[in-house]
Design a protein around this ligand. Structure first.
Ligand code: CMC
Length: 424
């Protein structure tokens, strides 16, 4: 792969340890730390800040320069010229489809949109006030019980069929979770409608304008993949044990639920509601900057982007279109959001720590304008991210792979003898 080497000098080891360096097509080279194990050493990288856990061809991010590429195509160009299902095809196959390939992919998706009645019954068994992510997580795992005929993960065609099935069904599940929480019966998919438009229809029972359908399509597209984030890494790790794709995706849904990840768009809206009025912004910004206060400005900062998240620019444009069509420019929540964004972008604390508004800052406001209730935001993120999760799972299984098994720096007690209860 390369002749470039690193040599690590370690106290107590005579010769420097030679480590191979591999280049990517873009981005930093990686150091193969495998030989360290033979020397009785592990690497230590909490939060995997400096660790490339795998090799992948799907997505590239340059966080310093605000670049996001899928299959080499910039996210801004995909958002402008493509649509979510075409991007799904790109993530799964590595190339954009020609007309005929796209049409047959859409046909396959359309043929798989419906879910079995047993899944509807499972969702109906949840309490109405259960969080929709809880329902989605269970419903996703339950799909494995329905589609065991395509669970031979060593067969490429079966993996592909599972991928199509899960991309097709996720919006149906998401809409069902929502309708159940509102005490409403599910609405069957309408294959005459496009993917995102159909999702809005299954949710509300209403047909939406072209602008709103395009905005929903962009929300899905902008969330489609983001290389080795927490939920995608979880899907890969779960998949590395040989588990079925539905169980692996359920693990991804569970990980996405957290407020530091997919739960952030919900947290943004809750925060904006809590701020409530432009006059209280300074107070919240001061709290975010206070080291003794755990409060953070939700929707700001990113592990990888130390520049504007390119998705947030597109999302912001989308917000403008939707707000203008719906006449919501004077919406108080939007005004708080715009003012907050301005203040944070001009504040030394946020500038010096490179904390820019991330995609969730705008997606929360946009989803609210689309009439989507806050508790469904993370479900929407999960629906959009499903193609990325399943593409990474498929990619991992297409090449030789090992079960993911990190090691640790142990700092607990050294060996000691059991102490009888009476002596403790
Ligand atoms: N508000 C105030 N201070 C912040 C924020 C924030 N939103 N984010 C980071 N900081 C500070 C943090 O206190 C720390 O300061 P110091 O160096 O003085 O200790 C510094 O910036 C670095 O933060 P970190 O937590 O070490 O950075 P990280 O890379 O581990 O965390 C993050 C990234 C996204 C979890 C974090 O920025 C955050 O909690 N943001 C708010 C939640 C949010 O919007 N999450 C959505 C992420 S984008 C969607 C996705 O990809 O899932």
């Amino acid at each position: 792969m390369t002749d470039k080497k690193a040599h690590l000098t370690v106290d107590g080891i005579d010769d420097p340890v030679e480590l191979a360096i591999y280049p990517g097509t873009l981005g930093p080279d990686v150091v193969d730390v495998g030989p360290l194990t033979k020397q009785g050493l592990f690497t230590y990288d909490p939060g995997f800040v400096s660790t490339a856990a795998c090799e992948s061809k799907i997505t590239f991010i340059d966080g310093a320069n605000g670049v996001l590429l899928h299959g080499g195509y910039p996210i801004e160009e995909l958002a402008e010229h493509s649509n979510h299902l075409e991007v799904c095809y790109l993530l799964l196959n590595g190339e954009l489809p020609n007309q005929q390939e796209l049409e047959s992919f859409i046909e396959e998706i359309d043929a798989n949109r419906s879910v079995d009645d047993s899944i509807a019954k499972l969702i109906a068994s949840f309490a109405r006030d259960a969080h929709p992510m809880s329902m989605l997580c269970s419903a996703t795992a339950a799909l494995a019980a329905q589609y065991h005929d395509n669970l031979d993960i060593s067969e490429e065609q079966q993996r592909y069929n599972s991928a199509v099935n899960i991309i097709a069904k996720m919006p149906t599940l998401a809409a069902m979770c929502y309708r159940h929480s509102k005490g409403l019966a599910p609405i069957a998919p309408d294959t005459r409608l496009r993917y995102a438009e159909n999702f809005l229809y299954m949710m509300s029972g209403e047909h939406v304008s072209e602008t709103l359908a395009r905005a929903m399509n962009r929300v899905f597209l902008l969330h489609a993949d983001h290389e080795q984030n927490a939920s995608t890494s979880t899907v890969r790790l779960a998949g590395s044990s040989g588990t079925n794709p539905y169980a692996a995706i359920a693990a991804g849904v569970a990980t996405l639920w957290g407020p530091s990840h997919g739960g952030a768009n919900e947290a943004v809206l809750n925060m904006l509601n809590e701020i409530g009025d432009e006059s209280r912004i300074d107070e919240f910004v001061a709290r975010a900057k206070d080291k003794d206060d755990p409060f953070r400005l939700m929707g700001f900062g990113h592990r990888v982007y130390k520049n504007f998240d390119p998705r947030s620019r597109v999302m912001k444009k989308c917000c403008d279109e939707v707000f203008s069509e719906l006449g919501l420019e004077e919406d108080p929540l939007l005004k708080v959001a715009i003012r907050l964004e301005k203040i944070a972008l001009e504040d030394d604390y946020f500038i010096s720590k490179k904390l820019y508004p991330n995609v969730d800052f705008y997606s929360g406001i946009l989803l609210k304008a689309l009439g989507i209730p806050v508790e469904l935001f993370t479900v929407i993120f999960a629906t959009g991210r499903t193609p990325g999760w399943i593409a990474h799972w498929h990619e991992m299984l297409s090449e030789p792979y090992k079960i993911g098994r990190p090691r640790q720096l142990y700092t607990g007690s050294t060996k000691r003898s059991f102490v009888a209860m009476a002596d403790r």
